[in-house]
Design a protein around this ligand. Structure first.
Ligand code: NAD
Length: 291
């Protein structure tokens, strides 16, 4: 069994981003700039955004964080997105999800200028992704593809099972894995909460991407010997031994599944780090297409 090490791959991606950002700056004097909008006090969202901002600094990008309290109106968020769309210095815009219930997520995402849509959630980005055209690919699935590429995981003719059909992870993942590219040449089964015989489907899989948000869901009896297992799940589970009071748990019962696998990602230290690296890569791409 080999660990798919998010730290190693993310660092490799970030080193390339640093070098390309320097070249970009030398070429036109402009520093890539990511703007993030954070609404409310969701602890996990706060952690993710803080990490994204810190990582921007690490690779020499500019970043702007715009905060709103939980009760911000949709109009206020709309105005902030429009302002960022118009700001020529800003290359990438992300609105940290989930949004408070009273704000229509789709309306806000659809407002983002597709040329700044570094999260790849805008319908134009999604449409291009489905058609196999160059576009911003959502950071988590893109990070996983970069990981498969780094470890040269064979996908041709393999059966991949993706558990979870969200717009940010499962669905784009299923598209990328079936897209007739070198590391996306699988036969894909997309499973979700209404899937019957999930255990049986998983047990036949060569590659499993678990992205449902239920800690320890994928157990050893659901995994065939030699399978590649990618754990996307990040759930905060109470743990009094930690200073924070919680531990991060993946969707895979790592201890029992790992010995059966050919490759597996840990949590933490796997997909989460790749998500950030992929976001930085998208931001640089957005800056590079800036006229
Ligand atoms: P989501 O809640 O939007 O979607 C969960 C999906 O899982 C749904 O499609 C649902 O149908 C499916 N599901 C739920 N219960 C199921 C069951 N019993 N059997 C089969 N399918 C089931 O979640 P999401 O935003 O896609 O995130 C999934 C997990 O990945 C969460 O733990 C989230 O925190 C994590 N996540 C991690 C990263 C990262 O960078 N590592 C990024 C995004 C999300």
């Amino acid at each position: 069994m080999q660990i798919l090490d998010g730290k190693i791959v993310a660092n490799a991606v970030k080193e390339k981003v640093i070098a390309d950002a320097i070249e970009h700056k030398n070429g036109n004097g402009h520093t890539p700039h990511l703007a993030a909008i954070l609404i409310g006090n969701n602890g996990a969202s706060e952690t993710y955004v803080t990490s994204k901002i810190k990582n921007c600094a690490d690779v020499g990008f500019k970043s702007t964080l715009i905060r709103f309290d939980e009760n911000a109106t949709e109009q206020e968020i709309t105005e902030a997105v429009i302002k960022l769309n118009e700001d020529e210095d800003v290359n990438g815009i992300l609105v940290q999800l989930p949004l408070p219930k009273h704000i229509n997520e789709a309306s806000i995402i659809n407002l983002i200028n597709p040329s700044k849509d570094v999260d790849g959630f805008h319908p134009i980005s999604v449409g291009k992704l489905v058609q196999g055209l160059e576009t911003f690919v959502p950071a988590t699935p893109l990070g996983i593809m970069l990981m498969l590429e780094h470890y040269q995981i064979e996908t041709s003719g393999k059966h991949a099972v993706v558990i979870g059909r969200s717009n940010i992870v499962g669905r784009p993942m299923s598209i990328l894995l079936s897209q007739n590219t070198q590391y996306g040449n699988c036969t894909v089964t997309l499973c979700h909460s209404r899937t019957k015989d999930l255990e049986k489907i998983c047990a036949g899989a060569d590659i499993i991407v678990a992205a449902l948000g239920i800690p320890g869901f994928l157990t050893a009896d659901m995994v065939k010997p030699g399978a590649v297992v990618i754990d996307v799940g990040i759930t905060r589970v109470a743990d009094s031994s930690k200073k924070s009071g919680f531990a991060l748990k993946g969707d895979v019962d790592f201890e029992n599944v790992a010995p059966k696998c050919s490759f597996i990602t840990p949590v933490p230290g796997g997909v989460g780090l790749m998500t950030i690296a992929a976001l930085l890569k998208n931001t640089l791409a957005a800056a590079s297409t800036k006229k």
